[in-house]
Structures are given as structure tokens and as C-alpha cells.
Design a protein around this ligand. Structure first.
Ligand code: BES
Ligand code: MN
Ligand code: ZN
Length: 486
């Protein structure tokens, strides 16, 4: 996708050289001074009641006399925020979906466009054109759209370009994360994930990758991670990514992504219905890869480490069994009461491994609990942290990237549920508050640094007709990393 900006007055919009003009209109009336060749038909459509200024409404006008763009689409926005702008752009692009429009010019009446609007525009355009093809090469293109031009005035041109650049980098990361989440488990193994990480390092010189195989993982002593992987024929991988954008002495941010390429539940097997969706259980890992891509493109002055424990969770003669006690890398023992609570068993070892980087902060990202989906639905990711600064930085990053999260509690009382008679802790607590006890479990491995946990079980993918990865929370994570730059 080619996205650019063009300085042009709204009073000269009819001269815009594009296949289609998408005009986003905010407010209850059209009071911006517009090119008369456009204002006349729009005023008429509003007077006739054919275009109501209500969010998500659009109107298509074909070949307006004197207007260079052969197609004009009006899209109403609920307000002037980047979020409102993004959803109006998405409606407008949907109205153009089945036209031949390759080059769309986007302008806004009643909105002062800044960098966040430009970034939102790029996200909407990439979202409208992404098509999964890896195992369905016959899939038709989503739209003809290939070029987007954002119309700005002179004052906002620089900000617009900044937002476009950031939007394209984040968009590339989102697309990478979506793509890998969408690939079925037989096309997205731990080995293939590691190869993708290596590819990333090959194309970006600031990124280095190291991949640990089963032997190396054993040598490190990640007994808990290995216990999950032992029921699978598919070899586990522990992927370590490093991006250096600041002095070596600067403490890095560490991102830890759950990389369960398929989660059957293991011996505590899941029901058959919708089990296919457990191919998305590496969404946290995909978001780490996507964030690395975005960061490597934007080159902020930070140091970043990515840790991805990747394996399958399968039932087998060699599988981990309920009641088994495993020893984590931290030395703490864990009684595995439910083999389907496997994510935390991988993550705890990765969190201990993170200590060796003397991190400024560690954020883990995981499709960890169904309970988080019940609590927050599909709009906000669950955020767990005891660190107030980290909490507000991550909340702000989610806001800025239109990829929001919601803070959940970590009170000591929730830890009670993890007591075990046979180990230092059990891997599950009571059903109630399941997202929180999962976070409390992870917390036991994070005493040595500032830590936050993002439960993305509800936000990493969509179910139903539009089933597929969302690429979240790459926008949140990238904004967070950018905010840590010196
Ligand atoms: N990958 C799942 C979490 C999940 C479930 C994500 C449904 C999205 C939708 C995780 O490994 C899991 O199975 N968690 C269990 C934990 C339970 C056994 C304590 C769950 O949420 O049911
Ligand atoms: Mn599970
Ligand atoms: Zn899982």
C-alpha cells in the first residue's frame, strides 16, 4: 500500500487527481467551506435526507460534473477523534470496495487532521485490503485500492507525514502478526515461527535472533516449558530477538509472547467445538514479531528484547498429566492440575529467563484465559500490573494506537487459590476470577523487575464469519516501545 499526503485546500477538492474522493464529514452539519462543485450536491443530499450526518452513514456519488475524481463517497464521523475518523474511513472504503477505485484521496471536513488521524487512516486502509492467501492462493483481492492520498493543509502536512510513516510501520507489524496467527498449526509450527524471526533479522540489521532447540532449552533448565512440549512430535523452540537502537548500557524493554502453535488442552483436552481456533494461541508470539518489525522500521532509540517460548500442547503417551509436578527455571515447583492451563507454564520460564537482560520493564502478551474474554469481551485486552507508571504508559499506548486495554486487579488475596499440597504452587485456581489467578501465577516469577501482563484472549482474533487474526496488540506495544525512546 502506498500512502502519501498532498497539500490541497478543501475549496479546491474538485481538482484532486484520484479515482475516488472519500470525504469524511464530522459534526451535525456541513459548515466547512468546501469546493462549490462538491458542496452543492452534498448540501442537496443532506436537504433531501439522502445523507444523514450520523456515524457509519455513507453516500456514493458517481461522476459529479466538474469533479476530477469519478467517484465521490461521503462518510459521516461521530466526532473529530482519530477513532471516529478511522471508523468513518473504514465505512467509506467499504462503500468503494466493489468499485475499480485504485487511488483514493481522503479529505476531512470539520476535523483538524494530525498525526494520529493519519496513522488511523493507514490502519483502516491496510485493514480494508488484507487478504489471507497462504493456504488459499485463490482468494480474490479485497479491493482494488493500492494508493491513498491524505489531503491536508500546509500547517498539518508535516504531522500527516509523520503519522503516515508510523502507520505504515505499525501496519506492517499488524499484518505480519495477523498473517502468522491465521496460518493453521501445520503451517505455523514452532520451527516456522523461528524461521520467520530469522527472516526478520536478515532484513533488518538492528535485529538479531537466537533460537534455542530442545537440547538448548533443557540445558537452560526450562522444565516447565519443556513439560508442555513433551507430548508433541513437533520440536519446541525458544526464540530470542534483540533490537539495539540505543547504547548497549541502556536497560532493554523485554516483550514475552506466548507461542502455543496449537492448544488441544493436552490430557485435560478441550471440547471439539471451535478447537480449530486454538491455532491462534500463538497470538502473543505473533504480536512480538509484529512489534519487532514495526520497531525495526521506525528505529527508535531503545533497546528491545523479544522472548518467544513456542510449542504445541498435545495429548500423547508422553504428555504431561494432571497431578504431575514440574520444576520451573526459577526453581519453584508447580503442580499441574490442569494441562490446559499451559500458557503460564511456558511463560513462567520465559519470565525467569528475562532476568538475565536486567530489563527496564518486562511485558508479557498471551492468549491466556477464556475468563478474560468473559470479563472484557473482544474490545479491550486485559492489563495486569502493580506498577502505576507502567500501567499508565501501557494504557496511554493503547489509547494512542486505538488498541485499548483495561486494567485488572492483582490483590494478594487472589493468590490463595494457587496453593498446592505437593508443590510450591498449583497451575490453576478456582474458576471464578480465572484471568486474575493466571496473572497471579505469572507474578510469582517477576519479583526482579517491573512487569506487566496483557491477556489478549479476547482481542487477538475474531470468531464467526470474519474469523481471523486482528494483529492486536501490535499498535499498543509499538506505541509503548516508542514512548520509552530516549
Ligand atoms: N489458550 C487458552 C485460553 C483461551 C481460551 C483463549 C479460549 C481464547 C479462548 C488457554 O491455554 C486455556 O486453555 N486456558 C484455560 C485455563 C483454565 C484451564 C484454568 C481456560 O481459560 O479455560
Ligand atoms: Mn490451554
Ligand atoms: Zn493456551
Amino acid at each position: 500500500m502506498d500512502v502519501r499526503h498532498q497539500i490541497l485546500s478543501l475549496t479546491a477538492l474538485s481538482s484532486l487527481n484520484a479515482d475516488a474522493l472519500l470525504l469524511v464529514v464530522a459534526g451535525d452539519s456541513l459548515d466547512t467551506k468546501l469546493d462549490p462543485k462538491l458542496a452543492a450536491p452534498i448540501d442537496d443530499a443532506i436537504a433531501q435526507g439522502d445523507f444523514v450526518l450520523k456515524a457509519s452513514r455513507t453516500l456514493y456519488l458517481h461522476r459529479q460534473p466538474g469533479v476530477r475524481a469519478g467517484r465521490v463517497v461521503l462518510a459521516a464521523a461521530s466526532g473529530t477523534s482519530p477513532k471516529a475518523f478511522k471508523s468513518a474511513v473504514a465505512s467509506g472504503l467499504a462503500a468503494l470496495k466493489h468499485t475499480g477505485a485504485k487511488h483514493v484521496g481522503v479529505a476531512a471536513a470539520g476535523i483538524e487532521l494530525d498525526a494520529s488521524h493519519a496513522e488511523a487512516l493507514v490502519a483502516a486502509a491496510l485493514d480494508a485490503t488484507y487478504v489471507y492467501r497462504h493456504t488459499k492462493p485463490s482468494a480474490p483481492p479485497a479491493a482494488a485500492l493500492a494508493t491513498v492520498t491524505l489531503v491536508t493543509d500546509k500547517v498539518h502536512a508535516k504531522m500527516a507525514q509523520l503519522g503516515i510513516t508510523r502507520g505504515l510501520a505499525i501496519g506492517a507489524g499488524v499484518t505480519l502478526a495477523r498473517e502468522w496467527a491465521n496460518r493453521p498449526a501445520n503451517h505455523c509450527t514452532p520451527t516456522l515461527l523461528a524461521e520467520q524471526a530469522k527472516k526478520l533479522a536478515k532484513s533488518h540489521q538492528d535485529v538479531k535472533v537466537e533460537v534455542l532447540d530442545r537440547k538448548a532449552i533443557e540445558k537452560v533448565g526450562m522444565g516447565s516449558f519443556l513439560a508442555v512440549s513433551q507430548g508433541s512430535e513437533e520440536a519446541p523452540r525458544f526464540i530470542v530477538l534483540r533490537y539495539q537502537g540505543a547504547a548497549k548500557t541502556k536497560a532493554p524493554i523485554v516483550l514475552v509472547g506466548k507461542g502455543v502453535t496449537f492448544d488441544t488442552g493436552g490430557i485435560s483436552i478441550k471440547p471439539a467445538a471451535e478447537m480449530d481456533e486454538m491455532k491462534f494461541d500463538m497470538g502473543g508470539a505473533a504480536s512480538v514479531l509484529g512489534t519487532f518489525l514495526a520497531v525495526a522500521e521506525l528505529k527508535p532509540k531503545v533497546n528491545l528484547v523479544g522472548l518467544i517460548p513456542a510449542c504445541e500442547n498435545m495429548p500423547d503417551g508422553r504428555s504431561l498429566k494432571p497431578g504431575d509436578v514440574v520444576t520451573s527455571l526459577s526453581g519453584q515447583t508447580i503442580e499441574v492440575l490442569n494441562t490446559d492451563a499451559e500458557g503460564r507454564l511456558l511463560l513462567c520460564d520465559a519470565l525467569t529467563y528475562a532476568e538475565r537482560f536486567k530489563p527496564a520493564a518486562v511485558v508479557d502478551i498471551a492468549t491466556l484465559t477464556g475468563a478474560c474474554v468473559i470479563a472484557l469481551g473482544n474490545h479491550r485486552s486485559g492489563l495486569f500490573t502493580a506498577d502505576e507508571t507502567l500501567a499508565s504508559e501501557l494504557q496511554d499506548a493503547g489509547q494512542a494506537g486505538l488498541d485499548p486495554c483495561w486494567r485488572m486487579p492483582l490483590d494478594e488475596e487472589y493468590d490463595e487459590g494457587l496453593k498446592s499440597n505437593f508443590a510450591d504452587m498449583a497451575n490453576v485456581g478456582p474458576r471464578a476470577g480465572g484471568a486474575i489467578t493466571a496473572a497471579m501465577f505469572l507474578r510469582r516469577f517477576t519479583a526482579k523487575y517491573r512487569w506487566a501482563h496483557l491477556d489478549i484472549a479476547g482481542t487477538a482474533w475474531k470468531s464467526g464469519a470474519a474469523k481471523g487474526g486482528t494483529g492486536r496488540p501490535v499498535p499498543l506495544l509499538t506505541h509503548f516501545v516508542l514512548s520509552q525512546a530516549s
